[in-house]
Design a protein around this ligand. Structure first.
Ligand code: 6PG
Length: 238
């Protein structure tokens, strides 16, 4: 875990990590595949990336989850990322792989899976290897749209699935554990004292019955890092 003085400092460190990962992946294989998260902390990361020297034409942007709304809706994660970053940098439109939240949820998940397989040239049964996955943490322990009690928690077959979220009485679209677990690097960003309990359980060394959904993301051959702010870290110590 890395602790930063403020949410702004968490965002700057995450921006630096993004730039570093992008440069390394582009140097190695001429392409950087990154998974963006929704939420408040990442939005600041995206804004601060506008002026970075990332070679945007080699970047492919994916999303960890999406709400079932049209892309112009205020709740859309794509809409947030487009407003903060994607519409301000020279990234080719075909490199932005949004989930189609405006479609029927199961259809949208299926289409997204097809897009992932094509764009990432995956063979049957092969999982994508994302260079960097940004994830957030909810106070209830969720990450992406993997919420407690969700059927998506047990999905080890699909890359992307539709999942009913009881607390919102709505469907969401989310990537699944095998996808997150196959990433080269997963970076969790979590700020605020209200997330202390979820963080403690999620970042425990071993997975147990108490582990919330976020804590079940465990890359099998990649790195896992937590960037948290001082407010969260202090609340954990109390
Ligand atoms: C979303 C996210 C979600 C988010 C957490 C934390 O679409 O809402 O993907 O999983 O990361 O809820 O959000 P905050 O950073 O806003 O607390």
């Amino acid at each position: 875990m890395s602790v930063f003085d403020s949410p702004e400092a968490v965002s700057s460190a995450a921006r630096d990590e993004f730039v570093k990962s992008a440069k390394a992946a582009i140097a190695a294989k001429k392409r950087f595949d990154v998974v963006l998260s929704g939420g408040r902390t990442p939005e600041n990361v995206y804004r601060s990336l506008v002026k970075s020297d990332v070679e945007w034409k080699r970047v492919h942007v994916w999303f960890g989850d999406e709400r079932c709304v049209p892309p112009v809706h205020a709740d859309s994660n794509f809409h947030m990322a487009a407003g903060a970053l994607l519409s301000h940098v020279p990234i080719p439109a075909g490199n932005v792989h949004r989930m189609h939240g405006e479609l029927e949820a199961y259809r949208a998940a299926e289409m997204h899976e097809i897009e992932m397989k094509q764009s990432l040239s995956l063979d049957d049964g092969e999982w994508p290897r994302f260079d960097l996955v940004l994830l957030g943490l909810g106070a209830d322990g969720h990450t992406a749209s993997l919420f407690p009690d969700s059927t998506a928690l047990d999905d080890d077959q699909q890359l992307c699935c539709a999942t009913w979220v009881e607390k919102f009485k709505a469907y969401r679209l989310t990537l699944t554990y095998p996808v997150f677990d196959n990433a080269a690097k997963v970076l969790f960003l979590a700020c605020g004292a209200d997330k202390a309990e979820a963080f403690t359980l999620a970042s425990a060394e071993t997975v147990s019955a108490e582990t919330p959904p976020a804590g079940r993301v465990r890359p099998s051959s990649g790195e896992l890092a937590w960037f948290v702010d001082r407010a969260l870290a202090d609340a954990v110590r109390r």
